[in-house]
Design a protein around this ligand. Sequence first.
Ligand code: SAH
Length: 238
Amino acid sequence: MGKLYVIGIGPGGLEHMTLKAVKALEESDVIVGYTKYIEFIKPLVKDKPVVSTGMRGEVERCKEALELAKDKIVSIVSTGDAGIYGMAGLILEMRKDEDVEIIPGVTASSAAASVVGAPLMHDNCNISLSDLMTPYELIKKRVELAAEGDFIISLYNPKSHGRPLYLQECMDIIKKYRQGNTPVAVVKNALRDGQETTLFTIDTFDDSEVDMFSIVIIGNSRSFIKDGKFITPRGYRV
Ligand code: SAH
């Protein structure tokens, strides 16, 4: 009997993976995933066979993982949490009768939040600026409503060569609902090699260093910076 583990390996550094994820990888006969992510977990992959495909081969990768899982223990890996812009949904959509178990991981917004302070302490939402599967008009509508609703907003896939202007355009939408001194954090490679952090405000925000390895967190109307830390108050009286 085979089995498919759908694993969120966390932000990248091995120490940020769950014990359950480590155990599942150790137990696996085959590992499936995007080449760059396999690099993060190399010490755990050892000499196990790896099935790697490029970034856009998601359907193909899931099909292969499900096929292998008929008689082998297989792990398909996503960074962060497999259920947040990862492979968990697609695997469940495509599954027939294979045994599938989803193992959660630390998602990029939590990882980045821990690096800059505690910005996600109140109601918050994730929005991906990738328009590969979501029309840009809908993305902008969600940004607008999240800003109007005073959510703390984490922007995943904030900027790529193919869509260099979306981030600034979305910030312009958010600006309509926030004061200029609202904190904005850019965290590149959170909790893995190459980590870089910059704290801005809405007024000083500069997107020139933002790329696909970065996440951008915009505070709500009550967020502030204290001693270099980005905090959103929960509401306790201090
Ligand atoms: N499943 C992943 C998200 C995949 S979408 C998760 O739960 O984290 C890919 C986007 O996630 C990237 O473009 C970037 O915006 C963000 N991301 C993933 N890992 C990151 C990290 N370590 N640091 C900063 N951003 C990261």
